[in-house]
Design a protein around this ligand. Structure first.
Ligand code: FE2
Ligand code: FE2
Length: 332
């Protein structure tokens, strides 16, 4: 039976819309004020849609590119257990990328457009993945600090105003929590090992501490995109506040681990009880953002190569889907 007519709702859609843009905007604002989610079919301002596409796609790209610095260590993990754990973690990051590309697609952009923007260098991903993972201790420190900073950034996103993004973040955050713990556990094991192993951990901490703090983005006074994002409920907590939460949570973990953090100015503020850090070298941050980090070129070329090498898988999946559709049609 030809049933397309059953999919067309009667009522509202047949009647011409009489609402003005101002009315739609007022409804959108009212939803935000009530704390309701904005869903894909809801009216939304164009700038809200574009901001979300930019943020969610950058986030998706970061998950996918983020697989590269760790993926290279899967074959070099020191035990079978560590190999399994790292494999599961890197696979999780692929899953995060897929949820996020799907969430971005609900805003009317295609997966191909997003991938093309990444591969052409037009779209950014998190600069942290342009640093090299030089030793096995880097894998632990990436889990502890980089995934730890990611959790701090992402937990408020579970309450962001766009429904598909917020829901994707709930599962992502649970998995990130496992990532952070496996990194810390790896480091605890190394710190109980030899003098050389402890030195390897300290060296990795020295290299990743400042870049991890930069993951929260520029200071609030210099963060150009934050105003609208705060107004629209996409961003709930400012860059500096999130960075502070991360520092306060991480310093005691460093003490328990027995490593020092490479900041001579790090101290507790007697008045607030918060840990304060020394000045961040933002010239390094912008250098890496602007493509001059140690691994920018390598990461992008590896990503493009992986996409090209995987073309046959995508083609095979499409061919299989077509054959299955044909078989199902014949059988029906
Ligand atoms: Fe992730
Ligand atoms: Fe992660």
């Amino acid at each position: 039976m030809y049933t397309q007519a059953m999919d067309i709702p009667s009522g509202d859609r047949d009647e011409p819309s009489v609402k003005s843009d101002a009315q739609y905007e007022a409804e959108f604002e009212a939803k935000l004020a009530r704390g309701d989610f904005i869903e894909p079919k809801d009216w939304m301002p164009e700038r809200y849609r574009k901001t979300l596409i930019r943020q969610i796609s950058q986030h998706a790209h970061s998950e996918i590119v983020g697989m590269l610095p760790e993926g290279g260590w899967i074959t070099r993990a020191p035990t079978l257990e560590r190999k399994c754990i790292l494999l599961a973690k890197v696979q999780d990051e692929a899953g995060h990328g897929m949820y996020l590309y799907s969430a971005a697609e609900t805003l009317g952009v295609s997966r191909d457009e997003l991938i093309e923007a990444l591969h052409s260098g037009k779209a950014k991903y998190s600069s942290i993945f342009n640093y090299p993972t030089k030793t096995w201790a880097d894998i632990g420190v990436v889990g502890w600090l980089v995934d730890g900073a990611a959790i701090m950034n992402q937990i408020p996103l579970t309450r962001c105003s766009y429904g598909p993004y917020a829901r994707a973040m709930i599962r992502v955050c649970k998995e990130e929590s496992f990532h952070q713990r496996q990194g810390y556990d790896l480091l605890l094991t190394l710190m109980k090992g030899s003098e050389d192993q402890r030195a390897m951990v300290q060296d990795a901490v020295n290299r990743w501490w400042w870049p991890s703090l930069m993951m929260f983005g520029p200071h609030d006074s210099e963060s150009t995109n934050s105003g609208d994002s705060m107004k629209w409920g996409i961003k709930r907590i400012s860059n500096d506040e999130l960075r502070q939460k991360f520092v306060d949570a991480t310093v005691p973990q460093a003490q328990l681990l027995g490593v020092s953090l490479p900041d001579p100015d790090l101290k507790v503020d007697g008045a607030t009880g918060h840990w304060t850090v020394g000045p961040i070298d933002w010239s390094e941050f912008w250098n890496v953002v602007n493509g001059k980090g140690e691994c920018n070129e390598e990461r992008l070329s590896d990503r493009v190569k992986a996409w090209e090498d995987g073309a046959w898988v995508r083609e095979a999946a499409l061919a299989h889907a077509q054959k299955k559709r044909h078989r199902d049609c014949v059988a029906a």
